[in-house]
Structures are given as structure tokens and as C-alpha cells.
Write a protein of this length. Structure first.
Length: 190
């Protein structure tokens, strides 16, 4: 899939929002990718996640892991396309990610970390940390949208995205005039 095809699907499903948003990272933006609106359409989810799975098909891994909530459908669809199991990590009461629901990470197991949108990579880094803390390794990170503008940390493995979009982001105390006078909304995960 081309970048234009991916972005067209986001627009067709009203999943690319315009306004004033606070991202999970704390940054502010004029655009927000509400992947749940895209992924609710199962044929589209199969198509976009299948295209992303093809980009990581040659990478040796035994399982896919995703941070909840946004990465669950992406991770499940990638795992399905690759014929691999899928697990996810989720927040504890303090908001930190952890393994729950009886999921296990066996020492030596190679994982693909799957996420919907990456801006700074915080949840991806947390997920990688959990995998490594349990003796596993991360073979690659795969995301539908890379909106980092090339400002991602080194995850220590290949980083693959279905599309990249340079979307301006701003620190809360450095908002441009058009955003400074408006109320920000936080439509993503808490």
C-alpha cells in the first residue's frame, strides 16, 4: 500500500481528525489518528495490518506483542497474517504496562512489537522493556503510522511503519496562536 492509499483510508473512515488534540505523549497537535475508527471496519483492518505484516514477514519472530489498548487489533491482525500467537501488555492501577491475563514471555522468545501510532515511542519502549525483563528479545517494531518526524529513540531493532506522516506537534507551553486560544481534547487512550 502507498502512503496515499493509507491516508485515503483514514480519511474515508473519518479516522484522521483535525482540531486541537493532546496526544498520549503530552504533546499537542492539530491532527489526530483515531485508529479505532479505521480498524472497526474489519476488511480495512485486514488490509492495512496485512500490508504491515508483509513488511515484517522476513523477520524471525515467534510471537507478536502489543501495548493495550491501541495496539491490540494491529498486533492481532499482524499475528494472524503471519500465523503467530499474539499477546498484549496493559496498564496496572498506576498506569504502567504489565503482563496480565496469564500471558507469559519465555526466555529466548523473539517478538515483534505492534502498535497503531507512534509519536515518541513511549509505550513501545515500555513494551520492549517488559519483553526484555522476562528474557525475551525484540526482533522488530511495526506500526501503522509513524508520526514521529524522525525523532524516535533507538529501539535496538528494526522499526517498520505502514506510513509516515510529518505532523506538527507542540509542547503545551509553546502552542502556536491558532491552538493557544482553543480547548484541547484528548481522544486517545488514558
Amino acid at each position: 500500500m502507498t502512503d496515499a492509499e493509507v491516508l485515503d483510508l483514514f480519511r474515508q473512515t473519518h479516522a484522521l481528525l483535525d482540531g486541537h488534540f493532546v496526544l498520549r505523549s503530552g504533546l499537542h497537535s492539530r491532527q489526530f489518528f483515531q485508529c479505532a475508527l479505521l480498524l472497526q471496519h474489519t476488511p480495512i483492518a485486514t488490509r492495512v495490518c496485512g500490508a504491515l505484516a508483509e513488511k515484517v514477514r522476513g523477520i524471525e519472530a515467534a510471537c507478536v506483542v502489543s501495548p493495550a489498548l491501541g495496539g491490540i487489533i494491529v498486533g492481532h491482525e499482524i499475528a494472524r497474517a503471519l500465523g503467530l500467537p499474539h499477546i498484549f501488555v496493559e496498564k496496572d492501577d498506576a498506569g504502567r504496562l504489565m503482563l496480565r491475563r496469564g500471558f507469559k514471555i519465555e526466555a529466548g522468545t523473539r517478538f515483534i512489537v505492534a502498535e497503531d501510532v507512534v509519536t515518541r515511542g513511549g509505550r513501545v519502549q515500555e513494551t520492549i522493556g517488559i519483553v526484555r525483563a522476562h528474557g525475551g528479545s525484540v526482533a522488530a517494531v511495526a506500526t501503522l503510522v509513524d508520526r514521529s518526524g524522525g525523532k524516535l529513540p533507538d529501539f535496538g531493532c528494526p522499526f517498520v511503519s505502514l506510513t509516515q506522516l510529518a505532523v506538527e506537534t507542540f509542547e503545551a507551553d509553546k502552542l502556536p496562536p491558532d491552538l493557544a486560544g482553543t480547548t484541547a481534547v484528548k481522544p486517545g487512550s488514558k
